[in-house]
Design a protein around this ligand. Structure first.
Ligand SMILES: O=C(O)CC1=CCC(=O)O1
Length: 263
């Protein structure tokens, strides 16, 4: 059964909707570098994944269908028939699920630093067990260490600490149950069925979802998908390379119709 996701809406009410789905251990905060740039021409809807931030935390395990079903319920609540969707990491997995399982609801798709198959269950089940046992605080330093390049972490340590604390504050059950959803995730054979025009963005220094086997594979399989690889970018590339990501998203989504390209 779906839950009512916490969300925020920014931008003109009559503009096309863009949903932003975030990473494991994040909240709507992770999209702050995008909101101003994207919300002049789009109605930007950020949401907390179930088990995260201010959304409900049902007992796990969750599945990607649970997470995708929550997004469909959110669209229904907002009265949105079709939407653009951009997601990073876990948010990008949910984007792939939506594009495969609810293609009639998705207009244009952007998949950032995400994976079609994050390597099989065991690592993720181990991470789930650790999160339940000791809390995400036990993982926060390691995880945030993959979110940014060393140069960025040296230059902007306060931002890294803030996001690290966000991972640590994620409800243990929510974090663990989302790891369990990731542990079962394998969409490789379904990607050829995706009809949404898709932009795939990878980070050249992303060790969590390296371009080879992730962004490159997704772009190879989704018909007509466009791949862009950003240098000086690790996993949370929407934060570290915000202006470049905002330009790419604006470019990709502006091809949807005259409302966007005119602004
Ligand atoms: O948390 C990580 O290590 C990277 C990641 C994979 C899926 C996700 O959302 O984050």
């Amino acid at each position: 059964m779906s839950v009512e996701l916490h969300h925020t809406v920014t931008g003109p009410e009559d503009a096309p909707t863009l949903l932003l789905g975030g990473s494991l251990g994040s909240t709507t905060q992770m999209w702050e570098p995008q909101v101003e740039a994207l919300s002049t021409a789009l109605r930007v809807v950020r949401f907390d994944m179930r088990g995260h931030g201010r959304s409900p935390v049902p007992d796990g395990p969750y599945t990607m269908a649970d997470l995708g079903g929550d997004v469909l319920a959110l669209l229904d609540r907002l009265g949105v028939e079709r939407t653009h969707y951009a997601g990073l990491s876990l948010g990008g997995m949910v984007g792939q699920w939506l594009a495969v399982n609810a293609p009639e609801r998705i207009d244009r798709l952007a998949l950032l630093a995400t994976s079609p198959y994050p390597g099989g269950p065991q690592n993720w089940l181990d991470r789930a067990a650790l999160a339940r046992d000791q809390g995400p605080v036990a993982l926060a330093d390691t995880v945030v260490g993959r979110w940014f390049t060393e140069d960025f972490a040296k230059a902007r340590p306060h931002e890294v600490t803030e996001l690290r604390d966000g991972i640590a504050d994620t409800p243990a059950e929510g974090y663990a149950a989302c790891c369990e959803a990731i542990s079962q995730w394998d969409v490789r054979e379904d990607l050829r069925r995706v009809g949404a025009p898709t932009l795939v963005v990878g980070g050249s220094e992303d060790q969590a979802t390296p371009v080879d086997g992730n962004a490159a594979l997704i772009a190879d399989r989704i018909p007509g998908a466009r791949l862009r690889v950003l240098d000086h970018a690790a996993h949370l590339l929407s934060w570290e390379q915000a202006p470049r990501v905002n330009t790419l998203l604006t470019w990709h989504l502006a091809q949807a119709g005259p409302e966007l390209s005119a602004r």
